[in-house]
Ligand binder design. Structure first.
Ligand code: AMP
Length: 280
């Protein structure tokens, strides 16, 4: 695996590969890699000639400075993991490579309702920061294909919207959520859970599954209330637990068979905020 820090050098290298007709697939990450990230690398390797990964913890997308300060960093083991998984190229930019001056941070993206609901509502400015970094990374790297995880369902919708505004957008692949054996969605933030919190964390997925299995026409509100109340009794602080339309994430008040819905949840255990979702 070749590691690049300099945006100009990696651009040159990628250009030479693309001139040879090779298809570049790209997996953006913030590091603290786990098998969920590696599943994206694997999907990329199956689809593209060259697999490119980046690690950059983007300060601009953190609405909570403590969360940014405490974001886990495991660079050495990340590099080993990527090498083992057959990743070809790793881009490790610094903050000034991504944001050379303040003009790079000042763009505003029109995200409509997507920015008002769920993560958008509870993490003001988060998706603006996500768009800034993703547009910047895509401009530097110009991959043919882009691999994102369904784990961040709303982020996939936001980035898909962003790609529609770009000149030569990569083809988007959304990869399934990888879970621990007890159902907990893998996440870099899981590293920060203490043993008691880690033992409770799978309850999030258990409640999503319970809701999906028991959903009938007319009982959505009741089931939602029950799931939130069960989680709160266990000590979670639930920010949202909602059934939404998969296309635009508009909340749904009723469920009916055949409907394309997704149940999304965000909840704190202690200081750690976890998100998960389940397609119906
Ligand atoms: P992050 O490093 O958290 O920004 O995540 C980088 C990419 O990995 C994003 O596209 C995430 O959606 C994806 N990802 C994170 N966790 C998982 C998971 N458990 N399963 C599949 N993809 C994931």
């Amino acid at each position: 695996m070749i590691i690049f820090k300099d945006p100009h050098k990696i651009r040159q290298h990628l250009e030479s590969l693309q001139k040879k007709g090779l298809k570049i697939g790209y997996v953006p990450t913030m590091g603290a890699l786990h098998p969920g990230h590696i599943s994206l690398v694997n999907q990329c390797r199956q689809t593209c000639d060259v697999t490119l990964c980046s690690i950059f913890v983007n300060p601009v997308q953190f609405n909570d400075s403590e969360d940014f300060k405490n974001y886990p960093s495991t660079l050495e083991s990340d590099i080993l993991l990527l090498e083992e998984s057959g990743c070809d190229l790793l881009f490790l930019p610094g903050e000034t490579d991504i944001y050379p001056d303040s003009s790079f941070r000042n763009k505003h993206y029109e995200l409509g309702n997507l920015e008002q609901v769920l993560e958008g509502k509870f993490r003001p400015g988060h998706f603006q920061g996500v768009c800034l970094v993703v547009e910047r990374l895509l401009t530097i790297l110009q991959p043919d294909d882009l691999f994102l995880g369904q784990k961040d369902f709303q982020q996939c919708k936001v980035i898909s919207l962003l790609l529609h505004t770009m000149g030569r957008p990569p083809r988007l692949h959304v990869c399934p959520i990888v879970r621990e054996t007890d159902g907990l969605a893998m996440s870099s933030r899981n590293l920060r859970l203490n043993p008691e919190e880690r033992a409770l964390a799978p309850q999030i997925f258990k409640n999503l599954t319970f809701l999906k299995e028991h959903l009938r026409e007319g009982n959505l509100t009741q089931l939602q209330k029950e799931a939130v109340s069960r989680l709160e009794t266990l000590g979670f602080k639930v920010e949202y637990l909602e059934l939404c339309n998969t296309e635009n994430l508009d909340p749904l008040n009723r469920w009916s068979p055949g409907l394309h819905g997704v149940i999304l949840v965000a909840a704190f255990i202690g200081k750690i905020r976890l998100i998960d979702n389940l397609l119906l």
